[in-house]
Each structure stands twice: as C-alpha cells, then as structure tokens.
Design a protein around this ligand. Structure first.
Ligand SMILES: [Zn+2]
Length: 183
C-alpha cells in the first residue's frame, strides 16, 4: 500500500498519461502495514494498468550483457544503437527508470521499413511485472513515439532470467540514418 517515495520522485513533475496508484485498500493501512507491503507497485499508462517490481528488474538488467542492437550487429540495428540517447522521449526514459529498466539494453529492436526520409523502428524492453488491465495501445501524439505494455509470453524469451512474471514495454518510432555504413 505504500508506494515508495523514492520511485515516485521522478514523477513529481507532471507526466501525462502516467498515474501512480496506491495498491490495495488504504483503509487497512494501520492494521496491515508491514505485512502486505512489499508487493509490486502499480501504475496506469493510458487505459493499461500493470504492477511492477523495480528491484527484481534492476537485478535482471545487471546480469544482462548489452542490448539487442549490438547482439544482432546489422546496419539497421547499429543505426538504432547510435541514436539510443536521443531516440527515447524524456517521459519514456523516466518510465524506464521507474520500472528499473536499463535504456541501453533493449530486449529486441527491429527496423520495419522506410517512411521517407526516416526509418520506422520497433522494439521492446522486458521487466518484472503483471498485466492487470490490458487496455489499448497508447500513442504519444506530441512526438510520434508510441509505447504500451504487453505480456511477454507472446514474445521470445529474454536472454536473462526475469522470473515467471515478465512483461514488456513495446515502442515504435521513426529515426534518421546517421551512420556512414549504408543499409
Ligand atoms: Zn539487426
């Protein structure tokens, strides 16, 4: 029931479409505090609701060697990797941090065709969590960057152990070609 102040801190500044929910009934607080706490925190993104375990996710990422782009090594992936620091909008980076995700270590990234002069990219990050409300996909209309939660069961298994409750946050974006090597 206590949503950690530390994990809330990045969201003191208003972030659209992300709301923090107190888990479970607040009325039982005085009785059950310390007993039913330590459950996953819950957040809502658009009409999707998930619970997530930041510490478990951070642990899994610390065991991960690198991102999918380097694992693949094709020119499309290397073009993506060259832009990682600018590819994600600020509110998405804040969300990744809140979930315990290392933004350098995407679980998968793929190029899905041109949209001249840009290229369309999709990908996702794994994290420890549970899908409470599947909802619909969200679009960040301000930047054209789209992201939403999905059940990782329909995706390939992650390269490191995230336990049995694995979700993914998927994204789609459009990026320019910035490396000298041509596709
Ligand atoms: Zn590739």
């Amino acid at each position: 029931m206590i949503v950690g102040v530390r994990t809330l801190a990045p969201f003191r500044v208003p972030v659209t479409a992300i709301l923090i929910f107190k888990a479970k009934s607040a009325c039982a607080k005085s009785v059950f505090q310390g007993i039913i706490d330590r459950k996953m925190d819950q957040i809502q993104l658009g009409d999707q609701i998930i619970r997530y375990d930041r510490e478990q996710t951070r642990k899994a990422y610390s065991a991960m060697v690198g991102g999918d782009a380097e694992r693949c090594g094709c020119s499309y992936c290397l073009n993506f990797a060259a832009q990682r620091t600018t590819a994600y909008p600020e509110n998405f980076r804040l969300l990744l941090d809140q979930l315990g995700i290392d933004p350098e270590k995407e679980g998968e990234v793929y190029e899905c065709g041109p949209d001249d002069p840009l290229g369309v990219y999709g990908g996702w990050f794994y994290f420890v969590g549970e899908l409470i409300e599947a909802g619909e996909r969200i679009t960040d209309a301000t930047s054209g960057f789209q992201y939403f939660f999905t059940d990782a069961k329909r995706l390939p298994s992650p390269k490191v152990d995230f336990g049995k409750n694995v979700l993914a946050i998927e994204f789609f974006t459009k990026l320019p070609w910035v490396i000298s090597e041509q596709p």
